[in-house]
Unconditional design. Structure first.
Length: 317
């Protein structure tokens, strides 16, 4: 059913899941295994001794329609340079090879790197790299400049990975992330909702965040236990946190949300890293123009930024 929907929604993808633009001369000259075909994917995984790891959150995309929606969400064109994090078996990488000007794909699993090298590595505009996104120096890897970023992120590393990518937002002004639906709800949550928290604030302070597509669990092999969402992040033209405030801002947000059920005054003064007395906390909140009786979960990113400015300026005196 999933593949039938793919074919109906995007005629460039056939009903058996073979995913690549039909007019691509490169694909015609260099046929690649179709990893959106479950049968072909299982064959390749066995050939390269890849046993999908639950610990690493390995589930491979087998839906050509979702590949197309990902490319559309990132508006990938022939002039674009694309950095793909977590290519897996290469369903999206193969499509990027035909759609983008340059592609660098970073994969942690060495067995999958071998598979990718064999199936896609010959493409002249694709480079497969092995490494951990949390450890790699992206400037060294990519050589600077501006890139569109596409990533499939397992639940266990979403928080630190998003924080790192947002910190490099000048390199990645547009990101499209495949994440578990629960994570997507946290990324896009608004103040006052249950899902709103540290991840919401840190992302939305610098980026506009929105869901681009819902992705059912049946679009992956092996099938995960949860559904996913494609989330698009664009650099804000009006970031609420200016240069020089980011460290204080992040410290405040993390500290306060650890005490999210307390009032803002109690949450601030309970955070040991802030070192505030109750009197100091009340003064900081008043100078930021915020009601001290509010809970942290109703504050906007701009209000957290106001708190951070007062704390920074107080420390400088």
């Amino acid at each position: 059913m999933c593949h039938k929907l793919c074919a109906e929604a995007n005629p460039c993808y056939t009903a058996d899941g073979r995913g690549a633009p039909a007019a691509s001369q490169r694909m015609m000259n260099h046929p690649r295994p179709s990893v959106t075909s479950p049968t072909e994917l299982r064959r390749l995984l066995a050939k390269y001794d890849v046993r999908p790891s639950k610990r690493l959150g390995q589930s491979f995309l087998i839906d050509g329609n979702i590949v197309a929606k990902t490319l559309a969400a990132a508006a990938v064109g022939a002039e674009d340079r694309v950095f793909e994090v977590g290519p897996g078996a290469g369903a999206l990488t193969a499509a990027l090879a035909d759609a983008a000007g340059e592609v660098v794909a970073l994969e942690l699993d060495r067995r999958l790197v071998e598979l990718l090298d064999a199936t896609i590595g010959a493409a002249p505009n694709v480079r497969i790299a092995q490494g951990d996104i949390l450890k790699v120096d992206v400037r060294d890897l990519l050589g600077g400049g501006t890139w569109k970023l596409l990533a499939n992120l397992p639940y266990s590393i979403v928080g630190p990975t998003v924080a790192k990518l947002v910190a490099h937002r000048k390199m990645f002004p547009l990101m499209v992330l495949m994440v578990q639906r629960e994570v997507a709800e946290r990324l896009t949550a608004r103040p006052g909702t249950r899902q709103y928290g540290t991840l919401s604030v840190l992302a939305q302070a610098h980026m506009t965040v929105g869901a681009a597509a819902q992705v059912g669990r049946g679009c992956f092999y092996p099938q995960p236990e949860v559904d996913s969402t494609l989330v698009r992040l664009n650099v804000r033209e009006d970031p609420v946190v200016e240069k020089g405030l980011e460290d204080t801002f992040t410290t405040v947000v993390r500290a306060v949300f650890r005490q999210r059920r307390k009032t803002l005054l109690n949450a601030l003064t309970a955070a040991e890293e802030l070192g505030l007395t109750r009197e100091d906390g009340g003064r900081v909140i008043a100078e930021a123009g915020i009601d001290s009786g509010l809970r942290p979960g109703v504050l906007s990113p701009a209000e957290f930024a106001a708190l951070a400015r007062v704390l920074r300026d107080s420390a400088a005196q």
